[in-house]
Design a binder for this molecule. Structure first.
Ligand code: HEM
Length: 220
């Protein structure tokens, strides 16, 4: 749970950084999307990632396979731990709300389910181009992003989704390092807590700044 969770947080940080390319204009953003994937014209001077170390277009599929494995193992660990906790307890909790548990900690399971549900929508929108609010299916990556986030309700949906994502990450980061043995004293707990908040806030602001900039027409 901890290792796959940290891989997913690493992905989020990279993804957030990549999205900020929108601020460099359509060419930079489309070039970036192109570089991650398959090079349709190897003579245009733009190479794809890790080419020629691996064949043209392989990187994105190796990366997707790795991410998919991380997500599946993360969910499988969650279900296994959920079952194990239920079996060990035998009876249900009488009082579920305890003062020691934060809201994020209490919502990890259902929060994770909601997070994954919207991720499907997200992939249908930007990767498969099957759900296309504000743009057409043959749009460039830049057109898709700008077209989508000109719609206030798309920005609102993402703003809400990102709350579930960053709440999950805040508790998950803390929990992962606790599992890996870093939560050994009151001081360590304080440091872990602070790092978890910094990562969560960084992700929220870093991801949302782009949709908001598009909505406000700071990006054209
Ligand atoms: C405001 C927040 C976000 C924005 C604006 C955004 C934007 C995008 C865009 C434009 C793409 C397509 C890139 C391309 O292939 O051309 C993409 C792909 C993707 N996003 Fe996001 N994203 C956001 C949040 C997230 C979050 C929170 C997650 C994970 C929980 C996520 C997971 C993914 C995945 C897995 C892909 C597919 C990568 C692939 O093609 O294999 N995104 N996103």
């Amino acid at each position: 749970m901890a290792v796959t969770g940290l891989c997913l947080i690493g992905f989020l940080l990279m993804h957030m950084y990549g999205n900020l390319k929108v601020f460099m204009g359509p060419e930079a953003f489309n070039h970036y999307a192109h570089w991650l994937k398959f090079d349709p014209d190897p003579s245009d001077g733009i190479d794809v990632i890790l080419y020629p170390l691996i064949p043209n277009g392989w990187f994105i599929w190796l990366f997707r396979a790795f991410m998919l494995a991380a997500i599946v193992l993360h969910m499988w660990s969650a279900i296994t731990l959920w079952n194990r906790a239920n079996e060990a307890r035998g009876t249900k909790y009488v009082v579920k709300k305890t003062l020691e548990q934060t809201y994020s900690a209490r919502t990890m399971r259902w929060g994770g389910v909601i997070l994954a549900g919207f991720l499907l929508f997200h992939l249908l929108q930007f990767t498969a181009l099957m759900v296309t609010p504000g743009f057409s299916a043959n749009a460039t990556p830049y057109e898709a992003v700008v077209g989508s986030f000109r719609l206030w309700w798309v920005v609102l949906a993402y703003a809400l989704w990102m709350i579930t994502v960053t709440m999950h990450v805040r508790h998950g980061f803390w929990s992962a390092f606790t599992t890996l043995g870093a939560n050994t004293s009151a001081k360590a707990r304080e440091v872990l807590n602070a790092c978890a908040w910094v990562i969560a806030i960084l992700l929220y602001v870093g991801f949302m700044i782009m949709p908001i900039a598009v909505l406000m027409r700071w990006v054209n």
